[in-house]
Design a binder for this molecule. Structure first.
Ligand code: C5P
Length: 235
């Protein structure tokens, strides 16, 4: 069974909060950190460079969704930052996803583009909400799988989905296609606004390649301790 990589979602307001957070980990610990909209919109590209210089890998989670040309240009800029992984919304369509890859290739300084995955259905989305608000019939898993097929056809490296869809994604799109799963909680933790949560252990059992865990670590009294517990669960 594959051991998933742990990505910490740093949903933090600014660089000061980031420093306070990462200073609680041993300096030698190389982390995989998710920089999302809150932090990026405050600190800009400098936060990515700063964390890369400290030896961490970066998942830049800006969930792009726009016309193909705009996404292509934006992805060119993202690639020039040297991020390791980035994403967009599959709902933007196959053409948009193909354009995103072109942008990443053009913007990669060393010719090695970052990995790119597509958000299928957010892990906060319930079936009722998807049926009624998005007008998409069926289950969330059906929709996630459909988006995964489109992402695969566009040449993407994988998708963001819930743990509950990871196995199906691999069955449909191949073992090499990444299933990155947020909504991870240690047993007994608060689910907050997530509706489709799972433990790290379950993530591993279902074949997640990357598990994204935010508030369970960032809001903990001792983040490194929780991080080690998560590591222990997937060993
Ligand atoms: O704090 P928590 O563990 O719920 O954080 C989950 C992270 O994963 C958040 O940063 C959220 O934006 C992100 N995410 C998600 N569901 C998706 C895609 C990304 O929860 N489908």
């Amino acid at each position: 069974m594959n051991k998933p990589e742990i990505i910490i979602a740093m949903d933090l307001p600014n660089k000061e909060a980031v420093d306070l957070f990462i200073n609680q980990f041993p300096v030698s610990e190389s982390l995989y950190l998710k920089v999302g909209m809150e932090l990026y919109y405050k600190e800009g590209p400098a936060i990515v460079t700063y964390l890369k210089e400290k030896g961490h890998r970066i998942f830049l989670d800006l969930k792009m969704h726009d016309i193909p040309n705009t996404v292509k240009s934006a992805m060119r800029q993202v690639a020039s930052l040297g991020v390791d992984l980035t994403n967009l919304h599959a709902a933007g369509g196959k053409k948009m996803m193909e354009a995103a890859i072109e942008g990443l290739i053009e913007g990669s300084p060393d010719g090695k583009r970052p990995l790119i995955i597509a958000v299928t259905q957010l892990t906060s989305t319930s079936k009722e909400q998807m049926n009624e608000e998005q007008g998409i019939l069926g289950t969330v898993a059906d929709s996630a799988l459909n988006y995964a097929k489109v992402a695969k056809a566009a040449g993407l490296d994988g998708v963001v989905c819930s743990v509950h869809e990871a196995q199906k994604v691999h069955e449909t799109c191949g073992e090499g296609f990444i299933a990155l799963t947020p909504g991870i909680r240690l047993a007994g933790d608060d689910a907050h606004d997530q509706t489709r949560v799972a433990t790290p252990k379950r993530g591993k059992e279902e074949g997640s390649n990357y598990i994204v865990i935010g508030r369970s670590i960032t809001c903990a009294e001792n983040p490194y301790d929780v991080y080690q517990r998560v590591q222990g669960e997937i060993e």
